[in-house]
Ligand binder design. Structure first.
Ligand code: BJW
Length: 233
């Protein structure tokens, strides 16, 4: 019998840091160089779409050629070798979990390699730069094509499925997130409410570290493979 039957993993930018992608709130992070209200809200897109699209065009280029690291690989291994259920919920918009082989994956803050039409809600894969001239292939409208990412004030994706999984899990693992952005920051309490064991794996104690039953601190590529090894026994 495995010790845990149903595992939910929540990942954040710290998981991809050692693959070369910037985090948001570290001292050299994305929010040290850009203001949230200029690039990551629906109001910013309405006010200055070119600026917002440029911000994401640069990040889309930056995500090209990036490879999953040992922590992504260990989490994919956990999913494939654990005899119970494993659901990975990522706040990251990069494709590194799926590149490492994770299959049961929710991108709750969307995906940099997809676009969304603000007019009709159509979504499709997209690897090139975006411009305000692009017309939606479904409704034909111009000016509304945006990266398929969740900005402040917008509803994250698949919240019902996430809540169901949190309400039924017996192990909740949070990896590489500062625990400052809701609703993800509240998942640990939902999991605790379900009676789950809760573990934080992060470079340093996050804002919500005291809410976890167990905390392990260090770089993800070191602590995650070791932790997965102990789980798989
Ligand atoms: C390492 C490492 C290594 C480094 N190894 N670790 C007042 C109170 C409460 C809530 C609100 C409020 N006012 C507004 C809100 C809601 C708001 C919110 O939470 N604001 C807070 C800032 C206060 N949230 C929203 O608006 C969300 N929507 C919403 O709430 O809808 C209503 C709703 C209600 C109830 C249920 C459901 C819905 C939407 C949030 C959208 C966030 N969008 C972004 C941008 C996405 C696109 C993009 O990438 O550009 O998502 S913001 C940014 O932050 C991004 C991330 O996914 C998110 C979280 O960041 P993350 O991943 O934690 O990164 P960092 O940088 O913060 O932390 C990295 C960590 O890694 C650090 O701890 C490092 O130490 C560590 N680390 N190197 C291990 N090598």
């Amino acid at each position: 019998m495995p010790k845990y039957e149903r595992i939910v993993i929540l990942s954040g930018a710290g998981l991809s840091a050692e693959s070369g992608l910037s985090t948001f709130r570290d001292k050299d992070g994305i929010w040290a160089r850009h203001k949230i209200e200029d690039v990551a809200t629906p109001q910013a897109f309405a006010r200055d779409p070119e600026r917002v699209l440029e911000f994401y065009n640069t990040r889309r280029k930056g995500a090209g050629g990036v490879k999953p690291n040992a922590a992504h690989e260990a989490l994919a291994r956990l999913e494939s070798e654990h005899p119970g259920d494993v659901l990975t919920v990522t706040q990251n918009i990069d494709p590194l979990h799926e590149m490492a082989g994770t299959r049961r994956l929710i991108h709750m803050h969307g995906e940099i390699l997809k676009i969304l039409c603000n007019h009709c809600g159509a979504r499709e894969p997209w690897e090139d730069d975006l411009s305000t001239d692009l017309a939606c292939r479904i409704c034909g409208e111009k000016g509304g094509m945006r990266p398929d990412v969740v900005w402040f004030g917008e509803m994250p994706y698949e919240m019902e499925e996430i809540s169901r999984a949190l309400g039924a899990c017996d192990l909740f693992i949070s990896v590489g997130t500062s625990g400052t952005v809701y609703p993800a920051a509240g998942f640990v309490m939902e999991a605790r409410g379900a009676g789950a064991h809760t573990v934080e794996l992060n470079l340093e104690p996050s804002e919500g570290a005291s809410m976890f039953a167990e905390t392990i601190h260090g770089p993800a590529t070191q602590v995650v493979p070791k932790y997965v090894e102990t789980l798989l026994g």
